[in-house]
Design a protein around this ligand. Structure first.
Ligand SMILES: *[C@@H]1O[C@H](CO)[C@@H](O)[C@H](O)[C@H]1NC(C)=O
Ligand SMILES: *[C@@H]1O[C@H](CO)[C@@H](O)[C@H](O)[C@H]1NC(C)=O
Ligand SMILES: *[C@@H]1O[C@H](CO)[C@@H](O)[C@H](O)[C@H]1NC(C)=O
Ligand SMILES: *[C@@H]1O[C@H](CO)[C@@H](O)[C@H](O)[C@H]1NC(C)=O
Ligand SMILES: *[C@@H]1O[C@H](CO)[C@@H](O)[C@H](O)[C@H]1NC(C)=O
Ligand SMILES: *[C@@H]1O[C@H](CO)[C@@H](O)[C@H](O)[C@H]1NC(C)=O
Length: 436
């Protein structure tokens, strides 16, 4: 059943190797590397990774996937074909092989790793493919833009990514083959243009990290760009990692580490924030609360009691700065006289105080969202009085910070703003280096 696609993959691997020369020098890659793009054309800002999905007419097709560090399963715009052969896949369509409802993967995903969401209706075994003697395996996924439930069909997938030494992109490729799920094209209408999938980077056994093997170490390094026109970068694997113009600064030397925590019923990542500190005024966070890290929430969201104290303290600390009328969803805005990006604006830093005396500093570039040339707002939202997590740290606060999720040691490394180091997430040297 699945033989045809496996054969094709082997052939492709052989061809790409051939192109590089037979006695190719094996490049000493330390990680895989993919470009990260920021998108602002959907209901909320989102960030995508570009991944090669299929080898067609002697070149790789590429697709953009929303980065989701919480999702249990990868899903994207593709269809199932049980008898894939060259030329059988309709054009502008991505074909993958089905998982049948009788396979263990199907039961496993449905019972444990499917999206747990009240908006999802129960799946059935009624879906089939013409000519295939089995039922396919529908599973539930949740749209990160609308929160709507989508029925997708479990598959055997193949992705291809480039390797790296942390400085450049190598021509050598790495090809994970996860079980993902195919959803109809219409499921991606609310997504940013040209983004046709969700790449799960969570701790679920069906997220991408689970399919990335030796020599890669299970370390995800994420650098979200603030710039729409230049890509940021995502690595998976051990460092070093470099950004221009500092060809001698391994970004790991800029990191502080804090334990990465697990929460029951979640494949996402959490840290322990003990207090939020603004100009030496400390807002203590109750011990029993959780702080979640999210790549699909655009702004840090605080439970109302914490939010009120943070906004009040920030407004006192920024007392001399002229205010502007707030614009939803923000409640505290300042006139900034056209200072781009909040850099140089004299609002105070916000520190997340972590165990062992560590602190993650949120500088103005990551706290003040420029709304127009003339004013900016404190980019923190009120999550309501009974929000599930007391703190959710969102992507605006991640931009131009170098973040490392070490899944082997369960630690989270963070740099605070790279702009202070005269670099940014858009400064990876994506030049292809062929060492052979
Ligand atoms: C689907 O079929 C499989 C294999 O026959 C069975 O184990 C599973 O319980 C069925 N699931 C549903 C939702 O009917
Ligand atoms: C990845 O490698 C492929 C094949 O070697 C190449 O065509 C592509 O440009 C590379 N991607 C990036 C982002 O450099
Ligand atoms: C989407 O992709 C098409 C074709 O590659 C390109 O022409 C277009 O500019 C892209 N749109 C966006 C918003 O990136
Ligand atoms: C965004 O990237 C473009 C292209 O690399 C660059 O010219 C521009 O200065 C960048 N803007 C910011 C705000 O970094
Ligand atoms: C992870 O733990 C191992 C073993 O304790 C240690 O050798 C290694 O340096 C740690 N890695 C990081 C990035 O802290
Ligand atoms: C980017 O990498 C290439 C290949 O190593 C190198 O030739 C080039 O000088 C680098 N670019 C910059 C701006 O350093």
């Amino acid at each position: 059943m699945h033989l045809p696609i496996r054969l094709i993959v082997l052939v492709v691997a052989f061809i790409s190797h051939e192109r590089g020369g037979i006695a190719q020098y094996v490049q000493p890659y330390t990680s895989i590397v993919v470009p990260v793009n920021k998108h602002t054309d959907a209901a909320k800002p989102l960030y995508s990774v570009q991944i090669m999905t299929a080898y067609v007419n002697s070149q790789y097709l590429k697709a953009n996937f929303v980065i989701d560090i919480d999702a249990p399963l990868i899903w994207h715009d593709c269809i199932l074909q049980w008898n894939i052969y060259p030329g059988s896949c309709p054009s502008n369509t991505l074909c993958t092989s089905p998982v049948s409802c009788e396979e263990d993967y199907c039961t496993d995903v449905r019972t444990t790793y499917s999206y747990d969401n009240p908006s999802c209706s129960p799946v059935t075994n009624s879906s089939t493919l013409p000519g295939w003697g089995y039922c396919t395996c529908p599973v539930n996924v949740v749209c990160p833009v609308t929160g709507a439930c989508v029925e997708a069909l479990l598959n055997y997938d193949d992705f291809t990514v480039n390797t790296s030494n942390g400085r450049n992109v190598f021509s050598g490729l790495y090809g994970p083959s996860p079980n993902a799920a195919c959803a109809p094209s219409s499921s991606f209408e609310s997504f940013p243009a040209n983004v046709t999938g969700v790449m799960a980077f969570s701790s679920s056994p069906y997220a991408l990290p689970a399919y990335l093997y030796q020599p890669l170490r299970k370390i995800l390094a994420l650098c979200l760009p603030s710039n729409l026109s230049a890509p940021g970068v995502l690595f998976f694997g051990t460092g070093p990692y470099y950004l221009l113009p500092h060809s001698d600064v391994d970004l790991r030397s800029l990191l502080s580490y804090t334990p990465l925590l697990k929460q029951p019923d979640s494949f996402g990542y959490f840290i322990g924030v003990k207090a939020i500190v603004i100009k030496e005024i400390s807002i203590n966070i109750p011990e029993d609360t959780t702080t979640k890290l999210s790549t699909t929430e655009p702004y840090t969201t605080l439970r109302t009691d914490i939010y009120n104290r943070v906004v009040y303290t920030f407004s006192i600390a920024a007392i001399g700065i002229p205010r502007s009328k707030p614009v939803a969803p923000f409640s505290l805005c300042f006139r900034t006289f056209g200072i781009d990006n909040g850099v140089g604006l004299k609002v105070p830093d916000i520190d997340f105080s972590l165990p062992d005396g560590k602190k993650w500093t949120i500088s103005p570039a990551n706290s003040m969202k420029q709304i127009t040339k003339d004013f900016g707002c404190l980019a923190i939202l009120d999550g309501g009085a009974s929000s599930e997590h007391a703190i959710v740290i969102g992507t605006f606060q991640f931009e131009d910070n170098f973040l490392v999720f070490d899944l082997e040691n369960s630690t989270f490394g963070f740099s605070s703003s790279l702009l202070g180091e005269q670099t940014s997430c858009a400064n990876f040297n994506f030049t292809l280096t062929d060492l052979s």
